[in-house]
Design a protein around this ligand. Sequence first.
Ligand code: HEM
Length: 466
Amino acid sequence: MRYAMAGRSVDDARGRAARSIPLWRMLPGLLRDPLGQLVAVADSAEGEIVRLNLGTIRPYLVTEPAHVQHVLRDNEANYTRGGNSMLWRPVRRLTGEGILSDGPQWQASRARMQPHFTAKRIDSLVDTMSRAVSDAVDEFDEPARTGRWFDAGTELGRVICRAISSVFFADRVSLADQLRIVAAQGTIVTALRARLLLPFVPDAVPVPGDRALSRAIGVVDDIMLPLVRAEMADPRDGDDLLAALARARDEQGRPLDERQVRDDVVASFATATETTYAVLTWLWPILDAHPEIAERLYAELDEVVGTDRTISREQLRALTYTRAVVEELLRMYPAGWLLPRTALADDVIGGTRIKAGSIVVVSSYITQRLARFWDRPDVFDPERFRGDQSRRGHRYAYFPFGGGPHQCLGMYLFNLEAPLVVATMLSRYRFRLREPGMPPKQLAAALRPGRPVIMALSPVRERRPA
Ligand code: HEM
């Protein structure tokens, strides 16, 4: 579908006004398939920035890769996540004012946390993580033997927590408590939807989901605050994030505030679990709908992993198709799909005037489905990420992890963890879904499937005698 754009004035020196698309023209599509509708708007704009006239808010939609680069990297100082960005405010109730904010507080958090997530540090974790994933996947032996149905999201949450807990808290948080945090996050993400959809409503005005939100934040605090207090009172040597932040000092050499430690551990653990969980839950319906891709994946796993229980660094490197499947999943279902910013000062992007104080929306989902940059954008095809093809195109035609100074801190962690989970599970089991077909997309903080994915496993082959 194409969109006629409303007229606009041209003023070359200060850029021209963005074309504006009124709500009534988008509404039927937005109600049916909001993301599909936004991709259609962006396709029709043919590289220009458009302004969505949603009544009280009128965000600029920035989708062209060069313009995305301008906002996230080249002129990033002008595009803040903090301050008056209404879309970010609700998320802060969980994540506080550290790594997910902006300005000096963000900078200090980023500098403290960065060393924990570098490529080198994550690479040193391959063996530990591979064993942790293997142990977690062992627990599927029982449902695989009996053919019992289970909720993929819940079980993936368990596997993910076991894979990454050594990075975040060593053994200080029990698996049960980690799962309570993950469940609370699920409640928070859902409860925040009303706030995200009604960004102009002040916090003091109740909206549906507020009570559930407060209760869930209470669950997270009840687990994390006593733990942070105990760590700070008696610091350990560990290199997990909790131990390191509990020992950290600010620029004046003072210990951090316990709230700062809590905020940064919770924010990064929440981001890590929520995103990974969302992406890996999409895997099953996708493979179910593409049996030929599933077969290629199985063939690679059979050849590279065979009956090994843990995956080595060399095997991981050889799993090129598995990694391409994960990259393509991140193209079509990028968990961090919406990156809202607020323009601090007037700017001109690609000849279009951006007014100070307005909301600018960048979305990996939309750009990664633009027909001008992606051949058959709605087709799941891991071949795009094989060989040299992945190097084609603009850096910001594919940015599931964002870019610029706020680029995802967990990129290397995810790129290690996700192929490990996929390869460990699918080298041992085949799966079937109770309900075939792609689930609808739930537009929460992360792009989750809009209904539970219920599946069952069966062993690929008998276990080798020990
Ligand atoms: C599927 C996996 C993931 C995706 C798609 C994803 C995506 C993103 C994106 C798009 C951003 C940029 C946000 C912005 O510019 O406003 C981001 C930031 C961030 N991500 Fe991830 N992420 C993933 C996994 C993880 C993991 C495993 C961690 C674990 C530490 C993590 C921690 C963070 C943090 C702390 C930030 C904020 C960084 C900053 O502002 O300095 N993410 N992520």
